[in-house]
Write a protein that binds this ligand. Sequence first.
Ligand code: F6R
Length: 247
Amino acid sequence: MNSNIDVIKCKDINEISRRAAFLVAETIHRNPRCILGLATGSSPVGMYQTLVKIYEGGTLDFSKVRSFNLDEYYPIQPEDPQSYRYFMNTNLFDHINIDPANTHVPLGNAEDPEKFCQAYDLMIEAAGGIDLQVLGIGNNGHIAFNEPDDHFPAGTHVVDLQESTIKANSRFFASEADVPRKAITMGIGSIMKARRIILLASGTAKAEAVKACVEGPITPACPASALQLHPDVTLFVDEAAASLLSK
Ligand code: F6R
């Protein structure tokens, strides 16, 4: 393995969740005004549950923390139970003392989504940039909604979702036809600007993507492979997700 990426092998998703949550908590302790980059999906759910538990225990203060989420479907209303805004509220924000005004999720009902994307990048920049970015990874190596492509997209932008992603995400919707066909997503460039990145992956379905991310060529065919160029990336993976790594 010759990339910069630090791989931490965990027993299961519970250990992944606990270790990732401790790292987020430590980041907040060191800098109570830190800027977190957050992800949705199944991978970080346990991490959010652990953060809520730590908060309820009285040792974590989110009052000055600001957050920016990676992505959101388009079009979708923020109050729609399938929206990523709803996911974040119900899995984390509603249970901690973060100021709702300090939480940012791309607007699924933005009137002018392209203009919104530019404004989102400027907001992140004005906040001072992301201190810690949390990521999951798609089975096809996507991060955020940056799908395999012929280039690495730079800033926040509107994307057409690929069939494989629509299929994978249809488990959260009544039917595949209900999955929005577009999304607003931070670009690979936006993600790479974060000072520190952690990526959570569990299960055999992620094994190929994890291998391509850590050991494969750096290519937009596997968007996550760009992380090899970042100086501070940690992957928390279980045995199954790590099963194809050479060591
Ligand atoms: C979610 C996101 C996606 C997911 C990825 C993995 O905000 O950006 O890239 O991280 O699709 O999803 P799960 O964790 O559900 O396997």
